[in-house]
Design a protein around this ligand. Structure first.
Ligand code: GLU
Length: 251
């Protein structure tokens, strides 16, 4: 268990361009810079990154997020390697290494497999210069892929690692009131169901309802969770230090 680990979940909408689903390099540069700054300050970070399916869409000449399972899995097979290639190149500039971990729900359900995942993650984190980057193993995980829920995966990983904080970076600024203003702090997650606006973009997967479900799992495990904008990853430092940005849910 580490009190210090910060899990950062990044949604497809942040990493890919809405027009064509290709990887948004500028967004990746901003994100990697902010995560690297945290790492170099000694904050152990684990990323849960979506974007594999989205990043593969252009190779299969599709004009949107695919509906059928074979196409989604084919896109993920292409896109996951593109994604890791991009992360590896960018993190290298900060002399940091990346490690790819692809998981299915079954891996976290079996005690034995869960222990192996946990030990491997702790070994990687302990090295101090490696950022584990986790995604669902989309080419084999049919059920997970269909419900496409890396929000839940990030909550389960946070619980597995006994993380201090889970930050979900997405295309929204946080939990919004009907007038568009962001709720800064939520102490009772059940009280906010009315605020949920579940719209999301062409290349975004989970909406706010799926996020809140995942937040609930993290809070139950005693993990503070923040939903914030992935377009402003420079706020990560503030968020990790307990400052205001996005919506903070306290257990
Ligand atoms: N694992 C999927 C991907 O990498 C996304 C699922 C999700 O964002 O919930 O494209």
């Amino acid at each position: 268990m580490s009190e210090e680990i910060v899990v950062i979940k990044i949604g497809t909408g942040v990493l890919t361009r809405e027009e064509d689903g290709t990887l948004d390099e500028a967004s990746l540069v901003r994100l990697v810079t902010s995560v690297s700054e945290l790492m170099l300050r000694g904050v152990p970070c684990v990323m849960v990154s979506s974007g594999a399916v989205g990043a593969g869409v252009s190779a299969l000449a599709l004009d949107g997020y695919p509906d059928d399972t074979a196409s989604r899995q084919a896109c993920a097979a292409v896109g996951q390697s593109r994604l890791m290639h991009a992360y590896e190149n960018l993190f290298q500039k900060f002399r940091l290494n990346v490690a790819q971990i692809l998981l299915t729900a079954a891996d976290l359900e079996s005690d034995k497999r869960r222990d192996h995942v946990m030990n491997t993650l702790h070994r990687l984190i302990g090295a101090g210069n490696i950022i584990p980057i986790i995604n669902e193993n989309d080419t084999v995980a049919v059920r997970e892929l269909r419900f496409g829920d890396n929000d839940m995966l990030s909550a389960k990983v946070s619980k597995l690692l006994g993380a201090r904080l889970l930050v979900m970076l997405s295309t929204v600024d946080g939990l919004q009131r009907p007038d568009g203003s962001v709720v800064e702090r939520v102490e009772d997650i059940h009280s906010v169901a009315d605020h949920v606006r579940d719209d999301h973009g062409k290349f975004s997967i989970g909406g706010m309802a799926s996020k809140l479900k995942a937040v609930g799992v993290a809070l139950d495990a005693g993990i503070e969770t923040v939903i914030a904008s992935g377009r402003k990853p420079q706020k990560l430092e503030t968020i990790v230090n307990g400052g205001a940005s996005g919506t903070r849910f306290t257990p």
